[in-house]
Design a binder for this molecule. Structure first.
Ligand SMILES: *Cc1c(COP(=O)(O)O)cnc(C)c1O
Length: 448
């Protein structure tokens, strides 16, 4: 099976034609989930001793399996955080797969890693972090948060007296679920800090929490763009408080960090230059395919000190350059997953990114305005990024749920309910510049 035959050649044509057709599909269908039993009965056993052949496997994927998988880039997919990879990024993902590059060490992946580092450095520059900041692309915000929090704790462990109880992170109640999950993996605690009237974590509240718990706090985790509402914590007051207390400041911008790309929203992030670590997921709002999270450390050595793996068979790598991406998170083998993002950035230039993010901000502003004009919906929070949270006046949680199921089944939209202050809300999250205002109107009409 490791040779290129006429059959392989024909399969290549088919696979590339399929990828090409899917990438240019317009409109993109939402698709719909099926049960495992349904898929069993339609597809049967696909793993057999003799193989079913590439053309048959591709046919099953095209006819059954892809239609049973939602298209996250569907223009009326406004749930969670969707995605809208550029054509250039998607096409280059095929190339990355074809090239068998090991992205863990400079020796093995220097060219690809150099390109990834240029893309990371653009993120650093829009974040306002100092030169010398560096890091690595990891699979997602969850791993990015975990890796940064591990580095934060290690930094405290090496410079501060042992607190005699688990180290803790100060976080706001609006922090992403992955922050708590990371703390759990680490055996660390999270201490919830109250937010201000705009639901932001801010310096004064953190200062009070430090006065109470300071000797066991190893880091503050701020969010620059909460998933539920798009709230950017008050980094301008958090930064100085963390610096004064010599406490690691990690900023989770998995969703919202992309808004640094445009001048319009960049001022919301003032203070980010104080961060010791920062993440943003290009696979969310920076138009890269899954899976891709940019993880940056102000002092990469602080991350290397805990994350670098040591073994006899790895020592050889240390002789070649000092930038081994494996050293900056919990991983060894890694796909050069930053390359599709790099290729698209290099292709289109950063102005195009600013414009695309601006379009999604315009969509959010349009939706917020439309909602405030209608009498059966109301804004639940004034949007600052591209999340628009609103209530359907008079509906119970069951009615929210039923509407979502019905619209998904009808292939009309994918808008799931969320909760705010224990009450149901809907939220639109705009990351797809192909979404139109007519589609927003259509969804709002369906809620009448
Ligand atoms: C999505 C998200 C995460 C988790 O990122 P994954 O890439 O899904 O692992 C973390 N933090 C925030 C704020 C997010 O929106």
């Amino acid at each position: 099976m490791h040779d290129w035959t006429e059959e392989t050649d024909a399969l290549a044509e088919q696979v590339i034609a399929y990828a090409r057709a899917r990438t240019r599909l317009d409109p993109i269908p939402l698709n719909a989930p099926r049960t495992s039993e349904e898929l069993d009965s339609i597809c049967g056993q696909t793993i057999t001793a003799d193989g079913i052949g590439g053309p048959r496997a591709l046919e099953l994927f095209a006819d059954v399996l892809e239609p049973a998988s939602l298209s996250v880039d569907y223009t009326k997919y406004l749930s969670f955080v969707p995605a809208a990879p550029t054509e250039a990024a998607v096409l280059f993902d095929l190339v990355v797969g074809a090239c068998s590059i090991y992205g863990g060490s400079w020796l093995e992946g220097s060219g690809a890693i150099w390109a990834e580092n240029q893309a990371l450095d653009w993120v650093r520059s829009i974040a306002g972090m100092p030169e010398g900041t560096g890091g690595v692309f990891v699979p997602g915000g969850t791993i990015g948060n975990l890796a940064a929090m591990v580095a934060a704790r290690h930094s405290a462990q090496t410079t501060r007296p042992d607190p005699g109880s688990p180290w803790a992170f100060l976080v706001s109640a609006e922090a992403h679920s992955s922050v708590k999950a990371a703390a759990q993996v680490m055996g660390a605690d999270v201490i919830a800090v109250e937010t201000d009237e705009q639901r932001r974590l801010a310096g004064p509240a953190v200062e009070r929490a430090l006065a109470e718990h300071g000797d066991r706090v190893c880091g503050v985790v701020a969010t620059s763009g909460t998933t539920n509402l798009g709230v950017v914590d008050d980094l301008a007051t958090l930064g100085p408080v963390c610096r004064a207390a010599d406490i690691w400041l990690h900023v989770d911008g998995a969703y919202g960090g992309a808004a640094l790309a445009t001048e319009r929203t960049r001022p919301l992030f003032a203070g980010l230059e104080h961060a010791d670590s920062f993440i943003v997921d290009p696979h969310k709002w920076l138009f890269a395919p899954f899976d891709c999270c940019a993880l940056l450390y102000r002092d990469p050595d602080a991350a290397r000190a805990i994350h670098a793996q040591h073994a006899g068979y790895l020592a050889f790598l240390d002789a070649y350059g000092d930038w081994n991406p494996s050293d900056f998170a919990i991983h060894l083998t890694r796909r050069v997953r930053g390359l599709p993002f790099w290729f698209s950035l290099a292709t289109h230039g950063t102005d195009a990114y600013a414009e695309a993010v601006d379009i999604t901000l315009d969509l959010a502003a349009y939706a917020a305005d439309a909602i405030s004009r209608l009498d059966y919906v109301e804004l639940a929070h004034e949007p600052s990024l591209s999340v628009v949270a609103f209530r359907r006046i008079g509906w119970t949680a069951e009615e929210y749920q039923a509407w979502t199921e019905a619209t998904l089944e009808a292939g009309l939209a994918f808008v799931t309910p969320s909760r705010l202050d224990r009450a149901p809300i809907f939220r639109f999250c705009f990351v797809n510049p192909r979404t139109t205002t007519a589609e927003i109107d259509e969804i709002l009409s369906a809620l009448a």
